[in-house]
Design a protein around this ligand. Structure first.
Ligand code: PMT
Length: 407
């Protein structure tokens, strides 16, 4: 279960730090690699030398280690990990994490990461029961942080109660359970590229061509796919939505930037293009605000934007296994969308009626038809969240079909 996994261990400053040494040994026995961040507090309890000897890797301690920081080492450390484990997690590191502070390497890594985090708290019983710690733990749980322990028992300070760090075996089991649960998710291991929102095509420094897409449908798909275990890169035009949890968000403005970000996000198993990309941009944008000088409105010469969906669908090398387009139509929805699927070269197209009275653009619900070479499936009107869940379930079926066929 842990073979090949990279588990970044943060050892903060508590007496239970000595148990982290045993934890490293057990994780490595199970095939995991264990890079370690040892905080200044942690190094009062265990030495960098003993940690490095057990981990078989350099131990990281200093945020301003120049070699690594020239390569943005703290970002890389957090991105390379499959899971971050904090053991022991002191009341102090939990509080700083909850506040989003980042003044040492451990908290900077925790703020920079988009990877799951498991904390094994260890502290005096009164510190654990203090209202501030209760609040921090509740907040962190809400933010998606998982916890193992603490256990009841005699404490180094002579008191008894909850606060003892979970034993290394319990932490290993929690880690294995985490990977087991992730593995069983329907899109576990699938890499997904997704576009959402409008694009803004500048006319001059203050004006642009845009459309009414809010990004709601695309963001709902991103959230559903992340919940289903996919590794999602969401390339988003300008919207006012909060980024979905667990998604790698890339913000862009124009169609050209969107295409470039999509190419950078490849390879992917699935690519879904729900963005309402502007079909045209101005042939030349003015460096200065165009003046209303009494000579009448300026003529705007337009030129075509790249067709992102068609470009990715027609890639000879590195085409995603399943490419899904959206078709926004205001008339002859099925006929136009069916023709669009063939013209764009995608596998599926999700057709929706975006005439103003339907309220799809910017609204909370959508009525879609899923068109593939197998025919048309018409879904009832649903919330965009339900459309996203149903689409994700269909993707999972399709990927399972491909995996079974390959066996
Ligand atoms: O964002 P919301 O307010 O939630 O609204 C959702 C939505 C209506 C925007 C969404 O459901 C939708 O239909 N998205 C596609 C909108 C669109 O631009 O459709 P189209 O028929 O013009 O384009 C067809 C497909 O080609 C789309 O997958 C589009 O992303 C893609 N395309 C279009 C033009 C272009 N230059 N590059 C593209 O990749």
């Amino acid at each position: 279960m842990l073979d090949g996994k990279r588990i970044l261990l943060i050892i903060s400053g508590g007496i239970a730090a000595y148990k982290a040494l045993e934890l490293i040994r057990r994780l490595r026995e199970r095939g995991a690699s264990v890079p370690v961040v040892l905080t200044a507090g942690g190094s009062n309890f265990v030495t960098s030398l003993s940690v490095a000897a057990l981990a078989g890797e350099t131990v990281h301690g200093d945020l301003f280690d120049l070699t690594r920081e020239s390569e943005m080492g703290h970002i890389q450390l957090s991105r390379d990990a499959d899971l971050i484990v904090i053991a022991p997690a002191t009341a102090d590191i939990l509080a700083r994490m909850n506040c989003g502070l980042a003044h040492d390497l451990a908290t900077t890594v925790l703020l920079a990461t988009d990877k799951p985090v498991l904390a094994a708290p260890a502290m005096n019983v009164r510190m654990w029961q203090h209202v501030a710690t209760r609040r921090n733990v509740a907040d962190l749980r809400r933010d998606g942080v998982s916890f193992v322990g603490p256990n009841d028992g005699d404490m180094a300070c002579g008191e008894f109660g909850p606060g003892r760090m979970a034993e290394p075996d319990e932490i290993v089991t929690a880690i294995e359970n985490h990977f087991q649960a992730t593995h069983e998710l329907p899109l576990a291991g699938a890499r997904m590229l997704l576009t959402a929102g409008p694009t803004h095509e500048p006319i001059d420094p203050v004006r642009y061509i845009a459309n009414r897409s809010s990004g709601k449908q695309g963001y709902a798909i991103a959230a559903a796919a992340a919940r289903a275990g996919a590794d999602v890169t969401l390339v988003s035009g300008p919207v006012t939505l909060d980024p979905p949890a667990g998604v790698n968000l890339v913000n862009v403005q124009t169609a050209d930037e969107m295409l470039e970000a999509c190419n950078r996000a490849l390879p992917a198993d699935v690519a879904i293009f729900s963005a309402a990309v502007a079909d045209w941009k101005t042939a030349a944008q003015s460096d200065n605000k165009i003046k209303k000088d009494g000579g009448g409105p300026p003529g705007l010469a337009l030129t075509e934007n790249p067709d992102i969906l068609r470009t990715i669908s027609c890639l000879e090398h590195g085409r995603p296994g399943l490419v899904v387009g959206f078709a926004a139509e205001t008339e002859n929805v099925l006929e136009n969308a069916t023709a669009k699927r063939l013209r764009k070269g995608c596998d599926w197209i999700v057709a929706n009626d975006v005439s103003p009275h339907q309220g799809v653009m910017g609204g909370d619900s959508n009525t879609v038809h899923l068109i593939s070479d197998g025919g048309v499936e018409s879904w009832p009107t649903m919330t965009k969240t339900d459309v996203a869940d149903r689409l994700v379930a269909r993707l999972a079926d399709a990927l399972r079909g491909v995996a079974n066929a390959a066996r």
